[in-house]
Write a protein that binds this ligand. Structure first.
Ligand SMILES: [Zn+2]
Ligand SMILES: [Zn+2]
Length: 343
């Protein structure tokens, strides 16, 4: 049996005929297995959804109670038999509840990793390496120029700027699901104890993170705060809000953005970002290549991002590799802000 007989790319996403399910389908299907709650992977309208409890809760927060016909929660490490396929969810280290999905049938194992990072994150379970025959990987930052480095250094930069300009507000553009909460948790780990302010678009998801026991400290909403109160504070907002009239309520704001794209200086400049913070929830070039090698997979399927570079790297290592060309991934996540560029 070939891998393609177990999982095959279709216009609706990766499909397992044997188990009658799709993984992260981009169109409504009968049964969907969802790796994580970012909007390009988790869509509403499926008949049945199997995902971690956190992913289901986050989908419910975003899409409402009727986000799917039925929903079934699965724990990390728990296996479920679907038709002739055994599926197991493992931590992906990307955002709260994110999972890699291992599909096994006829002695062959395929891991669909969704989005992942192999770097520690106080807001989610760490990435787990799953040995497999075929590894399906994203390629968001799959160019050697992308080296994310240690996010603690970036947080130190932000705190240094806050100390330097106590009369100004600091606005940090970060995606509402995952990145914003990670930045807050990192600020707390760095010893920043002052209340942190939130754009309204982040309230619900951030309270959900806090309800799951993630230490985020005292949070306040910007709504109703006076200009004077906001001096010397840090506010998290969707990146698109940085160019809104909304920013006028802040005293002489310093704008920052937390994203893997901030490695590209020209990009930061082009968006008028004074303080680029290289903090990513995706593996960088060395993370992607090290992970691929460590899985022991002899065949690599590449979903979204810089597929060509990664496919080329695999070929140079004697690995069979192919891009999956699924349309619809990568416009991750900012429902509330429609900026179209998460990460
Ligand atoms: Zn994602
Ligand atoms: Zn993605």
């Amino acid at each position: 049996m070939r891998a393609e007989d177990i999982l095959a790319p279709t216009p609706a996403g990766i499909c397992c005929k044997l188990g009658a399910f799709h993984i992260d389908p981009t169109r409504p299907v009968e049964r969907a297995l969802i790796t994580h709650a970012h909007s390009d992977h988790a869509r509403s309208g499926h008949g049945a959804v199997l995902a971690t409890q956190e992913t289901l809760d986050l989908m419910r927060l975003r899409y409402g109670e009727n986000f799917a016909g039925t929903a079934q929660a699965v724990r990390y490490g728990e296996s479920v038999n679907l038709g002739g396929a055994k599926v197991t969810f493992h931590p992906a280290g990307h955002v709260l509840g994110s999972a890699q999905i291992a599909v096994e049938a006829n002695g062959l194992s395929i891991v669909a990793s969704g989005d992942y990072k192999d770097f520690s994150d106080p807001t989610c379970a760490p990435f787990e390496l799953i040995p497999c025959d075929v590894f399906i990987t994203e390629a968001t930052f799959a160019l050697p120029v992308f080296r994310h480095g240690d996010p603690r250094g970036e947080i130190a930069k932000l705190l240094h700027s806050v100390a330097l300009f106590p009369e100004r507000a600091h606005l940090v553009g970060a995606y509402s699901l995952g990145k914003a909460q990670r930045v807050i948790a990192l600020l707390r780990q760095a010893g920043h104890q002052a209340p942190i302010y939130l754009h309204g678009a982040m309230e619900a998801i951030t309270s959900y993170y806090a309800s799951r026991g993630i230490a985020l400290g005292e949070l306040r909403v910007v709504r109703g705060a006076t200009k004077a109160e906001l001096a010397g504070t840090i506010t998290l907002c969707p990146p698109s809000a940085l160019s809104d009239l909304w920013t006028r309520r802040f005293p002489d704001p310093v704008t920052a953005v937390a994203s893997g794209w901030m490695r590209i200086r020209a990009r930061a400049r082009q968006h008028g970002v004074a303080l680029p913070l290289v903090i990513s929830d995706h593996a960088d070039w060395s993370g992607l290549t090290a992970t691929i090698a460590a899985t022991g997979a002899h065949e690599i399927w590449v979903t979204h991002g810089q597929e060509d570079a990664l496919v080329h790297w695999c070929a140079s290592r004697g690995l069979k590799a192919r891009p999956l060309d699924i349309v619809g991934y990568g416009d991750e996540d900012d429902d509330d802000a429609k900026s179209g560029e998460d990460r």
